[in-house]
Design a protein around this ligand. Structure first.
Ligand SMILES: NC(=O)c1ccc[n+]([C@@H]2O[C@H](COP(=O)([O-])OP(=O)(O)OC[C@H]3O[C@@H](n4cnc5c(N)ncnc54)[C@H](O)[C@@H]3O)[C@@H](O)[C@H]2O)c1
Ligand SMILES: O=C(O)C[C@H](O)C(=O)O
Length: 345
């Protein structure tokens, strides 16, 4: 049963968002108009993500698109008494209208894993979905920031880049693979072992978003804690296998949806803050990069009015992390190349 105290906390979370804006020199009335589109809005991630974006006072227009089910999701979410206007769009015929004028497009469209599958096993279905959605983005909102959630992210981001290049609309500053869930997990797991308040924890996660390509840098974690090497090894493995932990626990009913919706909402909020000129917005993301020899790589990124303002370096790594970095490169490169090849077929 929902208690009045729960509703009061949710309402105060939304109000805290508004007072945070006020501290930054905005009022929700003077905050710029921002249209956010969710592609795959009726799915396991799409629905809670749509709700979280409806709670974000930086959003003025929320466009919810899916191949089916969006009228119901949009009607439901639209009753929440926050700033944004919500419109649902269903089926390919409405995709253009859904995308027009978008500032940020979030893509959680596609199939999730079942136990025993790798993220790469999703390639055959999701690559085509991402390719067609990105073709529409290049036509209807080529300037939007694209937040790619659909797996395998290590390949879907390169696919998106190739589609945009072919359409002549590619801007590397505007394309992001969402790896925030890896950071969210690393923070949670580290706080538990280090016995520090989770809200104060920061842990960069670099590389990509699959298995060993996910490399949390616990040597840079703050607040610092003197954890034994075997604890760091176990924390690293748990972060790398976090998605599988959820897939197995859901036992055939999909992969992370709620924690992913939270992570996706955090990352989209960071993009919106960057667009609005809020200084020093830094998040990890899988972007076009020259911090290593790989063409795409996740690392800390400073967000600004045009998307990526600066791809930050990796900082100093422990020997264990240096080893992890070298090990991940061949797998990450092969996933990137697979995406590029698919897009150019
Ligand atoms: N990046 C990450 O950290 C992360 C985390 C969790 C899940 N994921 C990935 O996100 C994706 C979605 O997961 P989910 O659990 O929400 O799956 P889901 O099956 O519950 O939802 C996917 C939604 O996409 C929709 N869809 C399919 N084709 C579409 C198209 N052409 N256009 C628009 N919508 C379309 C479906 O109708 C469905 O509503 C999966 O690929 C999953 O692996 C990524
Ligand atoms: O693990 C998955 O398949 C989904 C997602 O990439 C995750 O990290 O939870």
């Amino acid at each position: 049963m929902i208690k009045p105290s729960m509703l009061r906390s949710l309402h105060s979370a939304v109000s805290r968002g508004s007072s945070h804006l006020a501290r930054r020199g905005y009022s929700s009335e003077s905050t710029p108009e921002r249209k956010v589109v969710v592609l795959g809005a009726a799915g396991g991630i799409g629905q809670p993500l749509s709700l979280l974006m409806k709670l974000n006072p930086l959003v003025s227009s929320l466009s919810l698109y899916d191949i089916a089910g969006t009228p119901g999701v949009a009607a439901d979410v639209s009753h929440v008494n926050t700033r944004s206007e919500v419109v649902g769009y269903q089926g390919e015929g409405e995709l253009g209208k859904a995308l027009e004028g978008a500032d940020v497009v979030i893509i959680p469209a596609g199939v999730p894993r079942k136990p025993g599958m790798t993220r790469d096993d999703l390639f055959n279905i999701n690559a085509g979905i991402v390719k067609s959605l990105c073709t529409a983005i290049s036509k209807y909102c080529p300037k939007a920031l694209v937040n790619m959630i659909s797996n395998p992210v290590n390949s879907t981001v390169p696919i998106a880049a190739e589609v945009f290049k072919k359409a002549g609309t590619y801007d590397e500053k505007r394309l992001f693979g969402v790896t925030t869930l890896d950071v969210v997990r690393a923070k949670t797991f580290y706080a538990g072992k280090a016995k520090v308040p989770v809200a104060e924890v920061n842990v960069p996660v670099i590389g990509g978003h699959a298995g060993i390509t996910i490399l949390p840098l616990f040597s840079q974690a703050t607040p610092q804690a003197n954890l034994d090497h075997d604890v760091i090894v176990a924390l690293t493995k748990r972060t790398q296998d976090g998605g599988t932990e959820v897939v197995e626990a859901k036992a055939g009913k999909g992969s992370a949806t709620l924690s992913m919706a939270y992570a996706g909402a955090l990352f989209a909020d960071a993009c919106l803050k960057g667009l609005n000129g809020v200084p020093d917005v830094v998040e990890c993301s899988f972007v076009q990069s020259n911090v290593t020899e790989l063409p795409f790589f996740a690392s800390k990124v400073r967000l600004g009015k045009n998307g990526v303002e600066e791809v930050l370096g990796l900082g100093s790594l422990s020997d264990f992390e240096k080893e992890g970095l070298e090990k991940l490169k061949p797998e990450l490169l092969s996933s990137i190349e697979k995406g590029i090849k698919f897009a150019n077929q």
